[in-house]
Design a protein around this ligand. Structure first.
Ligand code: C5P
Length: 307
């Protein structure tokens, strides 16, 4: 018999609060050290078991619904791993900007793995799902954990941090999708032998003042992203100036871009920054960080069918 129960699960976006590219790897990927942070902004995934087949529907016209969709691939991988014949229909209500460095596709894939693990009663849990997540993409394993976490290796070895960052974020989506692989390919031209700069390690381990701590973080993909999209250089410069003037402790691109964010310790300052950016013609939205315990609670409620 086919269960008819459907689950609606949130699929959160992430920011890279810091991202260091340490070098190239034999597998063609790059060795990273990154500070991941989930935010409240999320897609909703309605996941409905069916008799057979994998179907994906998405509210956003630019998202492919075929087997190239990462949520589709996640369901297919899990189904073959579990040797199941059953099917699933996945409806994605998209709010996370597409190809913006916010991990939307990877987050969708992880949410599908977690939901199907529960719906199909596989009992794999986070550790059992991790190897499947890694095969789907470097960012997917992080979304099995969420919150403030350190990512090393390809960004797929995840260490949740004891200190969970609570802050407000103003996010600007320039509506300019960037291809991660193209941005990383450009990084190679910039890679130079380097000492161990340890900025993320300093951030995590030191008792520097709040504002100063965030000031040492950097996204080392940002230059390459702007090389890929030189048309964004001027607007990025303007956004950074506005966010800094409004009191952001950190203002930079997320991941391989092109979404740009400012991080604020004070909500009123964040709201003022959003207004100023909107007045300057930017599409800015206000959100906040989602610490690990909130990420887990929101996911668990959804898995229990509580809305
Ligand atoms: O793993 P995923 O498919 O998300 O990565 C997209 C592309 O980004 C990879 O094909 C690779 O070119 C690049 N990448 C990288 N090093 C990483 C993560 C991604 O070079 N650590």
């Amino acid at each position: 018999m086919v269960a008819v129960k459907a689950l609606v699960v949130p699929s959160f976006a992430k920011l890279n609060l810091g991202l260091e590219v340490l070098g190239t790897r034999d597998d063609g990927y790059h060795e990273l050290r990154t500070l991941f942070q989930t935010i409240e902004l999320h897609d909703d995934l309605r996941i409905q078991p069916t008799r057979a087949g994998i179907e994906v529907a998405c509210s956003h016209p630019d998202v492919p619904c075929d087997a190239s969709n990462l949520a589709h691939r996640a369901a297919a991988e899990l189904r073959s791993r579990a040797r199941r014949k059953s099917g699933v229909r996945i409806e994605i209500e998209k709010r996370i900007p597409v190809a913006g460095g916010l991990g939307g596709g990877s987050s969708n894939a992880a949410a599908v793995l977690v939901a199907l693990d529960r719906l199909w009663g596989l009992g794999l849990g986070r550790s059992g799902l991790h190897p499947i997540a890694r095969r789907l993409g470097a960012d997917v394993p992080y979304f099995l954990t969420g919150g403030t976490a350190l990512g090393i290796a390809r960004g797929d070895e995840i260490y949740p941090l004891h200190e969970q960052i609570r802050a407000h974020a103003v996010l600007v989506d320039p509506g300019r999708p960037l291809k991660t692989a193209a941005v990383f390919a450009r990084v190679d031209a910039e890679l130079t032998p380097r000492g161990n700069s340890l900025t993320i390690s300093r951030f995590v381990s030191s008792d520097l003042s709040e504002a100063f701590r965030f000031g040492i973080l950097k996204n080392e993909l940002e230059n390459a992203a702007l090389g890929e999209a030189p048309d964004l250089a001027e607007s990025t410069r303007r956004m950074r100036v506005i966010l800094r003037n409004e009191g952001a402790v950190l203002a930079q691109m997320s991941g391989s871009g092109s979404a740009f964010f400012g991080l604020f310790l004070d909500r009123d300052q964040a709201a003022a920054a959003q207004k100023t950016l909107q007045a300057a013609g930017f599409r800015a939205l206000l959100t906040k960080t989602l610490p690990l315990e909130r990420f887990r609670a929101r996911t668990e409620r959804a898995l229990r069918g509580i809305r």
